[in-house]
Design a protein around this ligand. Sequence first.
Ligand SMILES: Nc1ncnc2c1ncn2[C@@H]1O[C@H](COP(=O)(O)OP(=O)(O)OP(=O)(O)O)[C@@H](O)[C@H]1O
Ligand SMILES: [Mg+2]
Length: 349
Amino acid sequence: MSSDSQTGSDADTPSDYPVGVKLGSTRTVVKTPDDLERTLTCLATYEDALTGEEKVLYGEEAAVEYPDRVQYMLRSGLPEDDENADAAATFFEAFMDATDVPPESGLVYAVPTIDNDEGVANLEAVVESSPVGETFVRAYPESLCGSVPCFDGLDALDSIFVAINLGSTNLEACAYRRGEQLAPYATGGVTGNEVDRTIVSYVEEETQGRVKVDITTAREYKEQHADFEDYEAFTDVVQQPGGGSHEFTIEDSVMDAVDEYVDSVVDQIANEFLPELANNYMKVYKLALDEQIVLTGGMACIPGLVEEVEERLGEELQRDVEVTTADSPELAAANGAHRIAEQLMVHHD
Ligand SMILES: Nc1ncnc2c1ncn2[C@@H]1O[C@H](COP(=O)(O)OP(=O)(O)OP(=O)(O)O)[C@@H](O)[C@H]1O
Ligand SMILES: [Mg+2]
């Protein structure tokens, strides 16, 4: 267990139970003093065969057993409407219950920066209405939470730096000035989901139209094989509609897609976000570029991606920049949120 042993005994008194949560469109991560849990953000309900009562399944179990009616309620990043918000609340309550988070806990959760007040309000309602977090519930920006592990303690909340979040539904960037967001920028045009769709079409091209993978398979290819340091071609097998199977090898499709993704990220940052920041906050811009630029979000997991961004962004800006990410970018937001919750506990006492 990564949490320090001294929290073990203290944290057993439930009123001293800091929790960090990241609700993502694909996966949700929760960090408690005892545990780090990750699950797919999805839900399926069924009728109990004996009582007729409605029962709830979530995560991998729901996805595998009920592919016909599993619901990904944060598919677009935030709960868009009441129905999705209700489903998200049901999911969240079930997940908190399964991870043994007590009602007397202090909760910090990560919210996307994106300009969608209604969606953010819906997410807030989901967390606020849950039975956990009686001690406190606080929201912090996802990319700030995800940057915390890149600094000592909570120094991220007291520094000036640029954070770039590489998510499944959005690319987000902003400068943080002691926790305050400056020049927040978001685009739905450069995303992990888009990479998956590109892989689908590149695989079809690379196999001369013989292989059409679905989007989930494309995502798995990306998560398992994309690697800027030492990519290896891989093979897979598809069943042919008429019977028999077809084995194929992927040499280029995955890396071509992520390579274009990195170019697009660098282009958006260098030509859209940074000029806007420089225009409005020239001094902050200069200070931030002398600091490390932090990449957060799941796409930062791709080996060597940080170095690629560092090199290409440096070329585009014609100056050296330092780019970094947390050890486990896909867990960093929950880990950072937990670290903030621990500190808020101290203030609360
Ligand atoms: N090990 C990995 N290798 C490559 N990509 C990964 C890995 N783990 C996650 N990803 C990708 O990262 C993306 C998910 O990132 P993240 O969890 O930060 O997104 P999110 O918060 O749900 O999305 P958003 O912030 O855009 O709403 C997906 O595209 C996923 O495929
Ligand atoms: Mg996100």
